[in-house]
Design a protein around this ligand. Structure first.
Ligand SMILES: NC(=O)c1ccc[n+]([C@@H]2O[C@H](COP(=O)([O-])OP(=O)(O)OC[C@H]3O[C@@H](n4cnc5c(N)ncnc54)[C@H](O)[C@@H]3O)[C@@H](O)[C@H]2O)c1
Length: 261
């Protein structure tokens, strides 16, 4: 049995992970951590603990799954690396610099870390299709839609999509005229790497959405739209379980679920 700890265990994603781990015959829920409802049982005798480091030292999970919040995820990962606990990270909001630092430390310490901005197969395919289409279109923008409790913008998925698209095309604003925003932010945020890319990302936040994304490509006389909708959070669980099982047998650093599919 693989001993799994869930960090952020009573959150929207964490609660789904707790359920998915309990239901999987190869996994055993060994601890659950959150900032709230400490002491309450989430499953049988597993009570919510409030201190990540203490919970890891006490319960010694083989792997933790972290769905917490962008403001603490970098510090949480330092704890996983320091305590030599392999970790599957779903929490978004890490900067490129932080990702590089985590990759370096993960390799130095041989503590496997999988970070995936999106665990759903449909979203992974959407990103792959968008990267593929980028070879053939010179103009593209991304619109991402989420519920209004999401703390970071734009989404980790939209950033990852832009990163994959840029690998196939380094200027998406071919032919655009000089632009002036009458209302600041009207054109969204510009994603670029070393002055390359130029992909506008627009973030919509409102009740009703779980997570959706549309990548729009334009050329003379035609528009291509690649759209993905997340209907509920169960769609992420097969990806999370796959990541846990992959990491149990490996010690590498992986960014993006597509690398283990
Ligand atoms: N990778 C993916 O496929 C994917 C999918 C959906 C959401 N997310 C991301 O996952 C994260 C969580 O999303 P959510 O909707 O479940 O949020 P949420 O607010 O419902 O849950 C977060 C939980 O983490 C707890 N928490 C926060 N900081 C903590 C800490 N330092 N220690 C312990 N517990 C802590 C909170 O109390 C809360 O219960 C967000 O960054 C979100 O963008 C990723």
């Amino acid at each position: 049995m693989i001993k799994v700890g869930v960090i952020g265990a009573i959150g929207k994603m964490g609660a789904q992970v707790v359920k998915a781990v309990i239901e999987d015959k190869e996994l055993e829920l060994c601890c659950a951590v959150d900032k709230f409802r400490i002491g309450e049982n989430v499953y049988q005798e597993i009570a919510i603990e409030g201190d990540i480091k203490k919970a890891l030292e006490l319960n010694k999970p083989d792997i933790v799954v972290d769905f917490t919040q962008p403001s603490t995820i970098f510090d949480n990962i330092q704890i996983y690396l320091d305590t030599k606990t392999k970790a599957v990270i779903g929490t978004t909001g890490l900067s490129n610099m932080q990702l590089q630092e985590i990759e370096k430390k993960s390799k130095e310490t041989s503590v496997g870390i999988i970070i995936a901005p999106n665990f759903s197969i449909g979203a992974i395919l959407m990103m792959k299709f968008a990267a593929m289409a980028s070879k053939y279109f010179s103009n593209a923008e991304i619109i991402e839609f989420h519920h209004n409790q999401k703390k970071d913008a734009p989404s980790g998925t939209s950033i990852k999509t832009a990163q994959l698209m840029i690998q196939n095309n380094d200027n998406f604003k071919l032919g655009n005229c000089a632009e002036t925003e009458t209302i600041k932010g009207a054109r969204g945020g510009n994603y670029e790497e070393d002055n390359k890319g130029n992909i506008q990302i627009h973030a919509v936040r409102m009740p009703g959405f779980v997570a959706s994304q549309e990548v729009i490509f334009g050329a003379d006389g035609q528009i291509l739209k690649i759209h993905h909708d997340t209907i509920n959070r169960e769609c992420y669980m097969s990806g999370v379980i796959l990541a846990i099982k992959h990491l149990y047998k490996n010690n590498n650093f992986i960014y993006g679920l597509e690398n283990i599919l």
